[in-house]
Design a protein around this ligand. Structure first.
Ligand code: PEP
Length: 262
């Protein structure tokens, strides 16, 4: 199994927009054009959009000469073959994707994706040369019962057990508490830092020094008005943004909060 070397191994900040199932050819065009025009290349911070798969070709054309990267919202756990409706990692690479979201809570909840299915998809993504952004998070009930960290450590362990260590610097975690996604009730920066710090400790325990290089993003009602609070946290390496990534100016402002000099 081969792993494609995509970069220097230096992992900077990461700001990813998840468009979910939104957009049309007509509405995407000005959004993509504004992002392409508004984002300057930065070695420290990467801006990424994940449009619906139907629009990856459009994103590629609009962004290929820009500093903005693009990715997909899901990937098959299979490489190729009789898997109707699925998209393999090699196909996504063919479309120029650098990233893929894996195990978003909307897929876990609506489509029954289990930790094991998510782990298999993450493995397929890394094997195909993509950076896998594995989403994990606790429910409101689990947090209220004091189980948040136990749930998260378990979700992380299942994925780590499936991942090839040689591709670990292409593994990204997105901590997305379910109670904060699309609700406007974002986790405080303190909560995000506490959770990220616990995930970092679990990563280092499992991977040694390589665990320090795995990026941990926060996701859940991030907006331009709260992005700087997250950017100031030691263990928050970026954000995964849903609704606010559909507005170019808002998303660019969130990206700017993660640039080193503002
Ligand atoms: C998401 O969909 O990953 C997300 C974080 O959504 P929102 O920013 O809208 O809460």
């Amino acid at each position: 199994m081969g792993y494609i070397a995509l970069g220097s191994g230096m992992n900077g900040k990461l700001v990813i927009g998840n468009w979910k199932m939104n957009g049309t050819l007509a509405s995407n065009a000005p959004l993509l054009a504004a992002l392409a025009a508004g984002w300057r290349s930065s070695p420290q911070t990467e801006l990424v959009v994940c449009p619906p798969a139907a629009y990856l070709g459009q994103a590629r054309l609009a962004l290929q000469a820009s500093a903005v990267s693009w990715g997909a919202q899901d990937v098959s756990d299979q490489a190729a073959g009789a898997f109707t409706g699925e998209l393999g990692a090699a196909m996504l690479r063919d479309m120029g994707c650098r990233y893929v979201l894996v195990g978003h809570s909307e897929r876990r909840t609506r489509l029954g994706e289990t930790d094991q299915m998510v782990a298999a998809k993450a493995r397929a993504a890394l094997s195909g040369g993509l950076r896998a952004v594995v989403c994990m998070g606790e429910t409101e009930k689990q947090r209220a019962a004091g189980q948040a960290l136990t749930v998260l450590r378990h979700q992380l362990q299942v994925v780590l057990a499936a991942l090839p260590r040689t591709a670990i610097d292409h593994f990204v975690i997105a901590y997305e508490p379910l109670w904060a996604i699309g609700t406007g009730a974002h986790a405080s920066a303190d909560i995000a830092q506490q959770v990220h710090s616990a995930l970092r400790a679990a990563l280092v325990e499992a991977l040694g020094a390589a665990g320090t290089g795995v990026r941990i993003l926060y996701g859940g009602s991030v907006k331009a008005s709260n992005a700087a609070e997250y950017a100031a946290q030691r263990d928050v390496d970026g954000v995964l943004v849903g609704g606010a990534s559909l507005q170019a100016a808002e998303f660019l402002e969130i990206g700017a909060a993660f640039l080193p000099i503002r």
